[in-house]
Design a protein around this ligand. Structure first.
Ligand code: MN3
Length: 198
């Protein structure tokens, strides 16, 4: 079964003014859709290459699958962990997640500050991540290049810092984009991911 572009959980214009409708249109309908299509195409090519024992083709389609599959999965996680401000975006209610964040970082503000700075500091294209790692399921903040997933980390929250995520609106000011995105974070989804992981 081919992979299907997941439905966007909000309207293209609903994250405004933090993320413009124009960015959402290009980002979701063009970039995310392309990762999905290219993933399906590369999976077909891999099948054909395997049937012919064509090792060159097998290896090159694996790298295409890894890039587009990562793009497909990461964007699906990203849309899910965003929520229009008018619908409660940016609000972290009392609960397990808030408790855990305060335990590990001292305050929610400190956690946001760390994830902001590591996301802004990504060289070139990539992602900022808050996730769970290790047996004790500690919170961990990290970044990844291109569409790599954060190794050994169960993702709770991700921030796309590819230029296509902000450039039409913020130009070179990635720090402003990341600073603003906190008012459209779906903390409920982040908490649900935490609870599902335990
Ligand atoms: Mn993107």
């Amino acid at each position: 079964m081919p992979f299907v572009l997941p439905k966007l959980p909000f309207g293209l214009d609903e994250l405004e003014p933090v993320i413009s409708k124009e960015i959402m249109d290009v980002h979701y309908n063009k970039h995310h859709a392309a990762y999905c299509n290219n993933l399906n195409k590369a999976l077909d090519e891999l099948k054909q290459a395997e049937a012919k024992n064509d090792l060159d083709k097998i290896l090159s389609s694996q790298s295409t699958i890894s890039f587009n599959g990562g793009g497909f999965v990461n964007h699906s996680l990203f849309w899910e962990n965003l929520l229009p401000k008018a619908k409660g975006g940016g609000v972290l209610q009392e609960g397990e997640l808030k408790k855990k964040i305060i335990e590990e970082y001292g305050s929610v503000e400190k956690c946001i500050e760390l994830l902001t700075s590591i996301s802004v500091a990504v060289q070139g294209s990539g992602w900022g991540w808050l996730g769970l790692c290790g047996k004790g399921s500690h919170l961990h903040i990290t970044s990844s290049q291109n569409h790599k997933s954060p190794h050994g980390l169960k993702p709770l929250l991700c921030i796309d810092v590819w230029e296509h995520a902000y450039y039409l609106q913020y130009k070179n000011l990635r720090a402003d984009y990341v600073k603003n995105i906190w008012s459209v974070i779906n903390w409920k989804v982040v908490e649900d991911r935490l609870l599902a992981a335990n």
